[in-house]
Design a protein around this ligand. Structure first.
Ligand SMILES: [Fe+2]
Length: 251
């Protein structure tokens, strides 16, 4: 028989994500702008573990239903990271982690107030603080389903190579390689598609921007691999036209 269960927490306890984040960030701040009572419910068989691919399928379905723009962005980033991971010679297991991490890398955005997430103008420092929490929120969700490796990629996908960015207290090669790869793919996609706060730039302009940020925002080895696949036009299929989930398991 099937019943409903939350995948945000262990089986012992179920709390809204907002409360989870509050627990993580007790620093005197008030007024977190998160959706109320956010949980992801999935059917589970009594007394047995839910297959991980089924859990991922439900998470991806939920992301698509709550925030289709972000789901599309995640698909495109996954296309790029797979090409980049292959170019960098990652083993198959690492590429699989990269695939799932990329598809889920922004899932934490479903916890962010849409009025902040889609604000066309400049964010206040407080609003930017909420946006930044999406990396941690996404890592918390993914950890329940995919384990620590994928969760750590998601947690650090906005960290910069030189220690700036979201700055989760890791620098350079201490940032998980998957997160460093995702950072380049994420930035490229963010630049070549319109965002609420700015218009897209060309692929060539975005490539140049990434090249200039090697050693500061990005790992130079990852940038070199990215430029190689740009030269090979390996990203030709990574655009919006290829609108399918990369390897998405059926929910
Ligand atoms: Fe992100």
């Amino acid at each position: 028989m099937l019943k409903q269960a939350s995948i945000l927490l262990t089986a012992k306890q179920s709390l809204p994500l907002r409360q989870l984040l509050w627990t993580e960030h007790q620093g005197g701040q008030t007024g977190y702008h998160f959706l109320q009572s956010l949980t992801i419910d999935i059917p589970v068989a009594d007394g047995s573990a839910v297959p991980w691919h089924m859990r991922i399928g439900y998470m991806l379905s939920m992301l698509k239903s709550v925030d289709d723009d972000t789901a599309r962005h995640c698909q495109r980033v996954a296309n790029i990271t797979l090409a980049l991971g292959t170019e960098l010679g990652l083993p198959t297991g690492e590429i699989e982690c990269l695939r799932w991490g990329s598809l889920l890398h922004d899932i934490g955005k479903i916890a962010i107030d849409p009025q902040i997430k889609n604000k066309p103008g400049k964010l206040t420092p407080e609003e930017y603080g909420y946006i930044k929490l999406h990396a941690l929120a996404g890592a918390q969700m993914a950890r329940q389903v995919m384990g620590d490796k994928v969760a750590e990629m998601i947690k650090h996908h906005h960290d910069h190579y030189d220690g700036s960015g979201y700055n989760q207290n890791v620098v350079g090669e201490d940032i998980p390689l998957g997160a460093r790869i995702m950072a380049v793919a994420d930035a490229f996609d963010a630049m070549v598609f319109d965002r609420p706060y700015r218009f897209a730039i060309t692929r060539e302009e975005a490539e140049e921007e990434i090249r200039q940020c090697a050693n500061t925002q990005f790992d130079p080895k990852v940038v070199k691999g990215f430029i190689n696949i740009m030269r090979q036009d390996a990203l030709a299929g990574a655009g919006e036209a290829k609108n399918t989930m990369v390897g998405m398991p059926a929910p």
